[in-house]
Design a binder for this molecule. Structure first.
Ligand code: ADP
Length: 167
């Protein structure tokens, strides 16, 4: 871990988090213990359509995580490796649920390596109990049910309910 004259060991966990699920929370809780600081980075891509705004997604993450002192949440609309370079965070964390995630994550990791060879991608396997949980599926089923208690944090369940009522 960091000593007084060394740079803190910092990692970035980027994603859409639209919204954060218990699968994401599990990865964050496991990974934060390995670093001095973990930055959960909410991607805000202008060409993507989100259910929640970037600020809503960031607030939902903060609300879901509670008091994890070495986890911060930030919003970024550019390249993750650029953010990582600026914030001296040489590790990018991504989660892998199933083989279906593999090709995309490998291509992304290789692209990031090409863009910035100093940044390493660390792949963390999802807990099997969250292996089928994705923000996309949560949004799809939430049209019909709010019975999502074991899949998303309570504040997210409430926020989805509000969104559905207002739409
Ligand atoms: P993106 O649009 O960048 O894929 P997501 O919010 O969908 O953003 O996912 C962010 C990261 O979290 C990705 O690496 C994804 O594979 C991982 N992830 C998504 N759902 C889960 C889950 N249930 N368990 C573990 N990792 C997950």
């Amino acid at each position: 871990m960091a000593t007084q004259d060394s740079i803190p060991r910092r990692a970035v966990y980027p994603g859409s988090f639209d919204p954060i699920t218990n699968g994401h929370v599990d990865i964050i809780e496991r990974i934060q213990a390995l670093y001095d600081e973990l930055i959960v980075l909410v991607a805000n891509s202008p060409d993507k359509k989100y259910m929640f705004s970037a600020h809503e997604r960031a607030d939902l993450i903060r609300g879901a995580l509670g008091d994890l002192k070495n986890v911060t949440v930030d919003i970024h609309d550019g390249l993750t490796v650029e953010y990582a370079r600026k914030h001296q965070a040489p590790v990018v964390v991504r989660g892998l649920r199933a083989v279906a995630d593999f090709e995309y994550e490998m291509a992304m990791a290789n692209m990031n390596k090409h863009l910035n060879p100093d940044v390493e991608t660390m792949i963390v396997f999802a807990d099997p109990k969250y292996g089928y949980v994705s923000s996309r599926l949560i949004k799809s089923v939430s049209i019909y049910t709010n019975d999502l208690a074991e899949l998303v944090p309570e504040n997210v369940r409430e926020a989805i309910k509000q969104k559905r009522q207002n739409s």
